[in-house]
Design a protein around this ligand. Structure first.
Ligand SMILES: [Zn+2]
Length: 578
């Protein structure tokens, strides 16, 4: 296949963290513009990938062309039509996340959004990329979701994409990785794991991933076929980390080394369940956000923020189904599921920002709030993941009471929107089609207001018993804190809480507590947050010594015993829900 735009990506010396890129535009325009995206779809933050691009040069034949920068991520090249335009540049790659690019002598990883310039006027035409093995890395292999056209046994060679958007929706992993294969829904899947220790039980992760994929395909298509013809999981194992980014037929994941299943052990650690939940989450996005997607994402504007009010649907509902599918796949016991659900409910309830923003507003502001978290985040916004998942739970339970369920609504939406762009009105229409009544009031209240969700009523009706247990002391004090080098560091002071009343501020170093009064007063040096209950016992007030900007202050703390955590348990079979 002839490509309108061709890229060659290699590295003369991976130790420099520099990818060397050559790009050919077969039929350039006069004054050809090229640009690099400022964000990567799926991660809603402007990241300015062009800041890592350098040594851009351009030629037609032997003629060097002049290049002018138009703005932070766009250049115009003085090209002439009728002759191929060849660009060369380097990209500095030292970002260990799933969102950008990384290269050293041990491993390479990149997204097209970091490495592949977009040629203006060519976006919808075929693109090809040839990946070239660095000379010093003879044992490296290649993995990607793109279609291989001409590659060797290790995957080095030429890959094709129907257009630029497909090209940048398929990250590449380079390195001496482990990989395994399985079939789910009649479709080949590949699991690629980089950085695991010798204790890693690869077969178990492969089997469990297959069960998750099978459960997801069953939910969407019964015994029919999924929308992708092949799928690749790229899992990077690190000392301590967590994250994932969804793509149309692949995903890039990061997990902690201790969270992998171990040879000779059948136990499922909390960390392993969280990893399986991440795998389930990103795989579910194959349907929900990569195909069925916000109308605003019908065609991404890669030069600026793309706002949508619907991330509560695309991230929240995906978060609801990720753990639910683990139960369906037999990987999570119903009680363990309820324990994880209780944690989510507690987290949302203890976020003062839930009274400031609706999940629709939180979705719209994701670019400047959720993705740019600071000490004020818990007071200013609510997670559209967590509250969105609880909204999905409420809908599922309410639908079940009327003879339908949320999975049926998702399948209905898939058909209604032809696996493409979707609006909130489509969700309302599908809910009405499933039940014969309007759900406008529920969606208005749950998604567009700051009213609390009717969780207790709906869970009890489903057969779930609700208990409460006393919240941790930090929560009752109204602060979020962590252990610092010499004291407890205050990270956030929660709106309306005891710490705010006392005058504490984010950044304060909490050094000591004084408990009791008069002759009975005791003053303790506070070094760890976990020591607080030790010193405070059943007291409901104390004096706190804090360090702020080299000055020491005593502050009077007085807190309620009221704050509580949720705990859930099941009476019977939960009426077919779990
Ligand atoms: Zn997600």
């Amino acid at each position: 296949m002839n490509a309108a735009v061709e890229y060659w990506v290699g590295s003369v010396d991976p130790r420099t963290h520099l990818f060397d890129v050559t790009m050919t535009v077969a039929q350039p325009e006069a004054q050809q513009q090229v640009s690099l995206p400022v964000w990567i779809p799926g991660s809603y933050m402007v990241r300015e990938f062009a800041r890592h691009l350098q040594h851009l040069s351009a030629r037609q034949g032997k003629r060097a062309l002049s290049i002018q920068a138009l703005n932070k991520n766009t250049w115009v090249i003085d090209a002439k039509p009728g002759q191929a335009l060849v660009l060369r540049y380097q990209v500095y790659a030292f970002d260990p996340s799933v969102r950008a690019a990384y290269l050293d002598a041990k491993r390479g990883f990149f997204n097209g959004t970091s490495v592949c310039l977009l040629a203006d006027g060519q976006r919808d035409r075929p693109h090809a990329i040839t990946v070239q093995r660095p000379k010093a890395c003879p044992d490296w292999q290649v993995a990607t979701g793109l279609t291989a056209q001409r590659v060797n046994a290790r995957g080095w060679g030429r890959y094709l994409a129907a257009d630029y958007d497909e090209l940048i929706d398929a990250p590449f992993e380079w390195g001496p990785f482990w990989s395994g294969d399985f079939v789910a829904g009649g479709v080949p899947h590949r699991l690629v794991v980089t950085g695991a220790a010798a204790s890693f039980d690869a077969q178990r992760l492969l089997d469990d991933t297959q069960r998750i994929c099978t459960a997801a395909i069953r939910m969407w298509h019964g015994h029919g076929k999924p929308p992708h013809r092949r799928y690749v999981f790229l899992l990077h194992v690190v000392e301590d980390g967590y994250g994932g980014l969804e793509h149309r037929n692949s995903t890039a994941l990061i997990c902690g080394r201790r969270d992998l299943p171990r040879l000779g052990s059948k136990a499922s650690s909390e960390g392993y369940i969280t990893l399986l939940g991440l795998i389930s989450h990103e795989y579910f996005h194959t349907w929900n956000v990569k195909r069925l997607r916000p109308a605003e994402f019908a065609r991404h504007d890669l030069n600026t923020e793309n706002h949508t009010e619907l991330l509560w649907f695309f991230e929240g509902f995906t978060s609801y189904f990720d753990d639910l599918l683990l139960v369906r796949a037999g990987l999570l016991e119903p009680q363990a599921y309820l324990d994880r659900l209780a944690k989510t409910i507690t987290a949302v309830e203890q976020t003062p920002g839930r009274k400031v923003q609706s999940v629709a507003q939180a979705s719209f502001d994701a670019w400047t709030k959720y993705y740019r978290q600071d000490e004020n985040t818990p007071n200013a916004t609510v997670s559209y993941y967590a509250k969105g998942a609880l909204l999905a739970l409420c809908l599922d339970l309410a639908l079940r009471a009327e003879g339908s369920d949320l999975a049926a609504v998702m399948r209905g939406l898939w058909k209604r929107c032809a696996a493409g762009p979707m609006r909130e009105s489509d969700l309302l229409a599908e809910l009405e089609a499933q039940t014969g009544r309007s759900w406008a009031t529920e969606i208005a209240t749950w998604a567009h207001s700051t009213a609390d969700l009717p969780l207790a009523r709906l869970l009890r009706a489903q057969g779930v018993m609700i208990d409460t247990e006393k919240a941790p002391l930090a929560q009752r004090l109204g602060l979020r804190a962590s252990d610092g080098a010499s004291g407890v560091m205050v990270k956030s002071v929660l709106r309306g809480g005891a710490a705010e009343q006392a005058g504490m501020a984010a950044g304060d170093e909490w050094l000591a507590v004084e408990v009791g009064q008069g002759k009975r007063a005791q003053t303790w040096r506070l070094k760890k947050l976990d020591d607080l209950p030790l010193f405070l016992g059943t007291a409901q007030r104390c004096r706190a010594l804090v360090n702020r900007d080299q000055r020491l202050y005593w502050m009077n703390l007085k807190w309620p015993q009221l704050a509580s955590n949720w705990s859930l348990s099941a009476e019977d079979d939960l009426k077919g829900w779990l």
